[in-house]
Design a protein around this ligand. Structure first.
Ligand code: ATP
Length: 371
């Protein structure tokens, strides 16, 4: 008999988090984020347990697949997941065991929202002079993603060797729920949503998305709503990101815009994110596996450390446990404090501190703030 899912029982304690290191810089930034999380766990006596499992190229070697079925089961049972970046472009075809753990877990656990904050921090160099603080709310389970848009098979196919077709899926269900997520988030922030689309060209699909968003917007009279075309939005963000609060958009536009916003905030190494659904959440850095810097102890773990703080915030709401929210806030504050010191930064931010030492510095700061 299998255990009942703890994820279906929000009062369950202690919490069990599944930790999947992934590929490239994943096996470096994941232990770094875990070190910080374990520190706050010990100090605040949160009694969370961390269960490691293998995905990616290591799992391909040991289990013949990059996403073993046992890991999917563990993810379903876990209270939360921490996923390092994965090199899914280097995986073999699905028939030979290559499954993108990121896309597959988002789909299987119905993690429909990808929350991607971007904000400037004091004295971290940015290509622009103005400071800003925005959050991109990206739909995560449909759009132009070939591995997500079909019940069976892939959304990309090739009728002839010289003709390739990709499908883009937009549903009313998916659009309503991501819109609600964005408007709810705006209520906790500066009460403004900017919806980004391309309905002038994708009249039917983005037309449906916009129709649903407008219906939801009408329910939130206390939240200002504006609409921008994706092409204009990329320019507006660079010109002046200050007016934006919550940016709501479809899957691929959100992926691209969040890299842009992240870079404006100082770099991809700072990009935290959370994938969430009704019953599950997965902390995951915005960036990929960065093979060019893997194995050198130079990767910036801020992205995944910040993502775990977001996961704690989600768990705090789900389990109505303010200690978890406090833990997330302490991690954020410790990260901010360490990042303000140029000598403690990793090379991507102009410093020469290694991944491990950076994580030690954040963990030390966590101890200082918590005691
Ligand atoms: P993907 O295609 O999955 O997005 P990628 O490796 O092509 O993966 P990213 O990893 O997203 O692209 O990032 C591009 C580059 O940004 C990396 O090659 C690396 O140089 C830099 N980078 C990304 N993440 C970090 C990080 N955490 N610390 C330092 N540099 C990073």
């Amino acid at each position: 008999m299998t255990n009942p899912s703890t994820a279906d029982d929000p009062t369950h304690t202690p919490l069990r988090l599944l930790v999947l290191a992934g590929d490239g810089i994943g096996p470096e930034i994941t232990p770094a984020a875990l070190h910080v999380l374990e520190t706050v766990n010990d100090i605040l006596d949160l009694q969370m347990t961390f269960v490691p499992a293998e995905v990616g190229l290591r799992a391909l070697k040991s289990h013949g697949t990059t996403l073993p079925v046992t890991v999917i089961e563990q993810a379903t049972q876990a209270d939360g997941i921490i996923l390092g970046p994965v090199s899914h472009n280097d995986y073999p075809p699905r028939a030979q065991g290559g499954v993108n753990p990121s896309g597959e877990l988002r789909k299987r656990l119905d993690l429909f929202a990808n929350i991607r904050p971007a904000r400037t921090r004091s004295n971290i160099a940015s290509p622009i002079t103005s400071s800003f603080d925005l959050v991109i709310v990206r739909e995560n389970t449909e759009g132009f993603y070939a591995d997500r848009s079909m019940h069976e098979g892939t959304g990309e196919f090739m009728p002839t060797p010289d003709l390739a077709i990709a499908l883009r899926k937009i549903s009313a269900h998916g659009s309503y729920r991501i819109a609600r997520q964005a408007f709810e988030l705006a209520r906790q922030r500066r009460h403004k949503v900017t919806t980004v689309h391309k309905a002038n060209v994708l009249r039917v699909s983005d037309g449906l998305f916009l129709r649903c968003v407008r219906e939801v917007a009408a329910e939130y009279v206390d939240v200002a709503h504006e609409e921008r075309l994706i092409d204009a939005m990329t320019a507006l963000l660079i010109r002046d990101p200050r007016p934006f609060d919550v940016v709501l958009t479809t899957n691929m536009f959100g992926d691209i815009l969040s890299d842009e916003a992240c870079e404006l905030a100082g770099g991809l190494g700072l990009g935290a994110s959370l994938n969430l659904g009704a019953t599950h959440a997965m902390a995951q850095a915005q960036h990929g596996a960065a093979p060019d810097i893997a194995g050198k102890d130079v990767a910036n773990p801020s992205s995944l450390i910040g993502s775990t703080a977001m996961l704690l915030g989600w768990l705090a709401t789900r389990h109505q446990d303010p200690r978890l929210a406090h833990a997330g806030t302490i991690i954020d504050r410790a990260l901010d404090a360490v990042l303000t010191q140029p000598t403690l930064r990793t090379p991507d931010l102009g410093g020469n501190t290694g991944t491990r030492d950076f994580a030690d510095a954040v963990a030390d700061k966590v101890r200082e703030l918590a005691e």
